[in-house]
Design a protein around this ligand. Structure first.
Ligand code: SD4
Length: 325
């Protein structure tokens, strides 16, 4: 049974856009005083393959929701990315457990936590949003739901990840890594040709975490939040710190009160800096996008960047940081 009246407007948007000669030719919603032209896709870290995929979808008239899902799926399937989806690093007992969430412009949300053996948790999160009366499913229940929805089980522990984990077991030292070679959790926000915002966030969480640990990424308001009247925000880094400050929700509310995405991201990072005495030991990074297409980003440590796609162009953008190292 469907709780929410999910608006199946993809077809309508497609028809409207097919009459538009080039959606890059001019800002479509001038009344919003766009800084960036539609469509816009932004993602945490230099995940340009993901933002290009989302951008291509948006360019052919896809909704922000479809674009954001397809975008982050690129990294879920990327075996070289050891912090998202297939090939993600396991917990300290060798289990690959995935967390993901998705939000649509109408405020609907879906999420899965501690999901094993499913390559695309974001798509399961979308099914939770669209096909159930709930927001979040966890563990065995989430897996059973996914199987029932037609998802196939798969071993997600690659030889490489298993090798690294066995090496880690030799010392079992648990210390968060600040920036994992610019490959990390992907949080993405898309603004489509109608000016609607959707977002998604997906991760295998912190490498070698305690079995059962869930981070910020699947928590609506922490790893992701959006409000289609205002904009959206995504977070990456030490999930515990992001959860404690409800970082993404905070950013969206600050933007609602008039702050720019940049100012809002800075304030959210500063909340953690002010409250966590050990803030130098971990990374927290945010990216925000408002309805005008303005983007902001801020982090604790240097080294974080965000991928952006707009006007058909894809770029990597180093973020400003609180610390210089
Ligand atoms: C988590 N925030 O599980 C995620 C991990 C991450 O950079 O983003 N790492 O805490």
């Amino acid at each position: 049974m469907k709780r929410r009246n999910f608006i199946k407007n993809t077809g309508i948007a497609g028809v409207a856009l097919s009459a538009t000669p080039s959606i890059f030719s001019k800002p479509i919603l001038n009344e919003l005083n766009m800084i960036n032209k539609y469509p816009v896709a932004v993602a945490t870290w230099n995940f340009q393959n993901a933002t290009k995929m989302a951008g291509a979808e948006l360019a052919r008239g896809a909704t922000a929701l479809d674009a954001v899902e397809k975008g982050v799926m690129v990294e879920e399937a990327n075996l070289k990315n050891t912090t998202v989806g297939n090939g993600g690093a396991p917990d300290r007992d060798g289990n690959v457990t995935l967390d993901a969430c998705i939000m649509s412009p109408d405020g609907n949300a879906g999420s899965v936590v501690y999901l094993k053996e499913i390559e695309h948790p974001v798509s399961v999160a979308r099914k939770v949003m669209e096909e159930t009366p709930h927001v979040m499913l966890a563990g065995e229940g989430a897996l059973q739901f996914a199987i029932h929805q037609g998802f196939k089980r798969k071993n997600l522990l690659t030889e490489e990840s298993e090798k690294s984990w066995k090496k880690w077991l030799e010392h079992k030292e648990y210390k968060p890594i600040i920036n994992i070679e610019n490959h990390d959790t992907i949080g993405m926000l898309c603004l489509d040709s109608k000016g609607d915002i959707a977002g998604a966030c997906t991760t295998s969480g912190l490498s070698y975490k305690i079995n059962g640990r869930v981070g910020d990424s699947p928590i609506i308001g922490a790893g992701l939040f959006l409000d289609n009247e205002v904009g959206g925000a995504v977070g990456t880094g030490m999930g515990e710190a992001i959860m404690k400050s409800v970082g993404s929700f905070l950013i969206v509310e600050l933007m609602r009160q008039g702050k720019s995405p940049q100012e809002a991201c800075e304030e959210a990072v500063m909340r953690t800096v002010r409250t966590a005495p050990n803030y130098k030991d971990f990374q927290v990074a945010y990216v925000a996008l408002n309805k005008k297409g303005e983007i902001g980003s801020y982090c604790i440590h240097k080294g974080f960047s965000y991928a952006k796609f707009y006007e058909g162009e894809s770029t990597d953008n180093p973020s400003k940081s609180y610390l210089d190292s």
